[in-house]
Design a protein around this ligand. Structure first.
Ligand code: SF4
Ligand code: SF4
Length: 387
């Protein structure tokens, strides 16, 4: 059996749902795409200062030889993250790929499997580096995935040919037999459902997404206030967003397929409820949330509270009002600002009374302005309801 086949068999034995091999020349298409709109990616260069991930300079992914001089091939394995069902209480709040913990710091099945594959390659005398390549393009070049207009990679065969998958590229210093690339878009010609479903306009054209407008980016890669015009559009998402994938007819069959419940996640679901996230202690955050959902730094619990306040405002449940009123007393102006916004959004007597009281007492000018805006919003909401 050829070495390529041996490696592929091993990857499938380890439980990856697909594996392919690509050549390792520079990704010129990728280089052209990011050079055409550098302003959309500049944020990545300082990302490590804001989030608990490394800086992300996408231009560095263009040439695999930058990471392994003399790189010969790319092995691309595909992971399917929706083989088990997710607790319904988390739907519309946390992106499914994060809940699955594919890349989280917890030592889990996925990290062990990556280590196993790397060790296996090492035993074959192959030097490998995991990661530094454009994953979706690598998958298409390796013949395991194709594209959707949503910018997501869709499996050619695995996971019901859906986009609930991720490609994981390994750069290797060995010439392997490449697969036939599937660099194509396999969407129905007239379909635009993903673009229509995107509430923020981040997905602004087929195969074009502005990450700065994406809800996912705004939930975990920003550290200030969420722009006011964005808040209503975020719905109840607090970490990631799956709306464009959920709207996609190519994903429908897999979404409807009966799957066993992820029992471990079911046990943990209450740890991530919106109320819990708004009110959680630092201890809860560090022990229960961060080990799975780690992009937001440990010292930035307030960002989770910010996101939860916005989500609760959009959920519009009056039962959240007393907790949002308490959040108006939070030591962090960022939390008070977003709690005020949420109270304005939900409206009602108790919310208005709390905002009016706080308007007189609030010392931070920025928060006071938000309270003014929130009161206007609550009043116009009341007028709309009466008319
Ligand atoms: S993840 Fe959400 S916000 Fe981002 S492009 Fe898709 S629908 Fe739009
Ligand atoms: S929603 Fe339609 S256009 Fe968008 S990725 Fe799915 S099939 Fe393609």
């Amino acid at each position: 059996m050829s070495l390529t086949k041996i490696i592929k068999e091993k990857a499938l034995d380890l439980g990856f749902v697909a594996v392919g091999v690509a050549t390792a020349e520079p990704f010129t298409l990728y280089a052209e795409e990011i050079a055409g709109r550098p302003e959309m990616y500049a944020w990545g260069k300082t990302l490590g200062q804001r989030a608990s991930v490394r800086d992300l300079d996408v231009t560095s992914f263009v040439d695999p030889a930058r990471f392994i001089p003399g790189v010969k091939s790319l092995i691309v394995v595909t992971d399917s993250y929706w083989e088990e069902d997710f607790p319904p209480s988390l739907a519309g709040k946390i992106g499914r790929c994060y809940l699955k913990g594919l890349f989280c710091p917890e030592d889990n099945f996925h990290s062990q499997r990556r280590r196993d594959l790397k060790k296996f390659l090492q035993e074959q005398g192959i030097k490998s580096i995991y990661g530094p390549a454009p994953a979706r393009l690598s998958g298409a070049r390796a013949g395991v995935t194709n594209y959707g207009k949503s910018c997501f990679a869709f499996a050619n065969e695995a996971a019901g040919k859906s986009s609930w998958i991720v490609n994981e590229p390994y750069l290797v210093d060995r010439e392997l037999e490449p697969d036939t690339p599937t660099m194509k878009v396999e969407c129905p010609e007239n379909c635009r459902k993903c673009m229509e479903a995107c509430p923020t306009g981040a997905l602004y054209a087929p195969l074009k997404m502005d990450p700065r407008k994406c809800i996912a980016y705004n939930t975990y890669f920003t550290t200030g206030g969420i722009p006011r015009e964005m808040r209503s559009k975020m719905g109840t998402w607090v970490y990631g967003c799956d709306r464009c994938q959920e709207a996609c007819p190519r994903n429908k069959k897999w979404m409807e397929k009966k799957k066993p419940m992820n029992s471990k996640l079911l046990e943990r679901a209450a740890d991530f409820s919106l109320i819990k996230l708004l009110t959680m202690s630092q201890e809860h955050y560090e022990q229960k949330v961060w080990p799975l959902l780690y992009y937001i730094r440990k010292e930035n619990r307030k960002l989770w509270q910010r996101n939860a306040a916005v989500a609760l405002g959009n959920q519009g449940d009056p039962e959240a009002v007393p907790l949002l009123v308490s959040a108006l007393e939070d030591p962090e102006p960022l939390v008070r600002t977003h709690a005020a916004w949420a109270l304005g959004k939900i409206g009602g007597k108790q919310a208005k009374a709390a905002l009016e009281k706080k308007r007189r007492l609030e010392e931070d000018e920025g928060v006071r302005k938000e309270i003014e805006e929130a009161l206007k919003e609550a009043e116009s909401e009341e007028q709309r309801a009466e008319s």
